[in-house]
Design a protein around this ligand. Structure first.
Ligand code: AHR
Length: 328
């Protein structure tokens, strides 16, 4: 190759390279333009980590956000409503696209929900509902029918005891939707069974430690020896109470029949061991339904005001088989 043809070769190579670079640049800008708009940011105010149910619920929501590529701004309120209100206000300041709220108690939300509404951010209630005078302060409520769960627990107990029992009740967090509704459903259903009486009823705050402590005090009270059945508003409190019953020298599941709510794995283990008799399912796996709602809201589609999750009743007899496919 002489000098002239070598020069021609370099000019041609340079032109080819700059053409390829220009094409690449164009392709990059085209693919950017057709890519989805910015990922949705969802602020989620969670109650805390009081139970196995709650931990599974947090995990379901976090993993679903990740799987769908959304940014989740997560806040754990450690059982305090004031922490939840602070978190909600910070979501407004951060300008999230949607707010998901699992409210620790039913009342006291109206002022902050009005602020959120004014900021134009849609709210989805997950797991628990709030009591507000203006219905448009939230778009939808996704969660179980707690009243129905209470009814199912009562029906199971009536069947298992032939309609005759002296019951101790461990309620959930005072003022919370599941504590109010599970009591309501249970009491309503028991009206048909005059020989079933609830002699003790107190909050065990949905935790094992408190469930154990309150059950211990029930059993030590003067009428504690009459108790033949326990209704716990969640599995964790039932599991704590089982310890107290054993410490009192009694056989849980035999001397005292026990029905609780949630259907977490530890409840199946207790049923297999013969210590718990029945658990009514309340699924914590709300992540997929929550993000379906978030996507529908972002796409300006109308969605149902109430999205109810189903519930099954599980008993000792089938617990060993039922535990196998459990996800939480
Ligand atoms: O709101 C659902 C309840 O909260 C679950 O039954 C309980 O385990 C949890 O802490």
């Amino acid at each position: 190759m002489n000098i002239t043809s070598r020069r021609r070769f370099f000019v041609l190579a340079a032109l080819t390279l700059s053409f390829v670079a220009a094409c690449d640049k164009k392709a990059a800008s085209t693919s950017k333009a057709s890519a989805p708009t910015k990922a949705l940011r969802v602020g989620f105010s969670q109650i805390g980590a009081e139970s196995d149910w709650r931990k599974a619920n947090t995990e379901s929501i976090k993993s679903e956000a990740e799987a769908r590529g959304y940014e989740l701004v997560f806040s754990d309120a450690q059982q305090k409503q004031e922490n939840q209100i602070k978190a909600l206000r910070s979501f407004v300041v951060q300008g999230v696209d949607v707010i998901a709220l699992s409210p620790v108690v039913e009342t006291g939300w109206e002022p902050v929900l009005k602020e959120i509404k004014q900021a134009g951010i849609p709210v989805v209630l997950t797991d628990r509902v709030v009591q507000v005078s203006t219905p448009d302060l939230f778009v939808t409520f996704i969660g179980a029918d707690f009243v129905e769960e209470g009814r199912r627990a009562a029906e199971w107990l009536a069947n298992a005891t032939g309609g005759k029992a002296i019951v101790a009740e461990l309620q959930g967090t005072a003022g919370s939707a599941p504590a109010i509704d599970r009591k309501k459903g249970f009491d309503e259903a028991l009206k048909a069974y005059p020989n079933i009486t609830v002699v003790k009823s107190q909050s065990g705050e949905f935790t094992r430690a408190k469930g154990r402590e309150v059950m211990e005090s029930f059993l030590k009270s003067p009428d504690g020896k009459q108790i033949t059945a326990l209704y716990a508003h969640n599995d964790d409190m039932a599991l704590g109470a089982i310890q107290a019953i054993e410490e009192a020298g009694l056989k849980p599941g035999v001397d005292i029949k026990i029905v609780s709510i949630d259907a977490v794995k530890a409840a199946f283990e207790a049923m297999i061991a013969g210590k718990l008799n029945c658990t009514v399912e309340c699924s914590p796996l709300l992540g997929p339904k929550l993000f379906d709602a978030v996507e529908a809201i972002a796409a300006k589609q109308t969605i149902d005001r109430r999205i109810v999750t189903g519930a099954k009743v599980f008993e000792q007899a089938t617990a060993a088989a039922d535990i196998k496919p459990r996800k939480y």
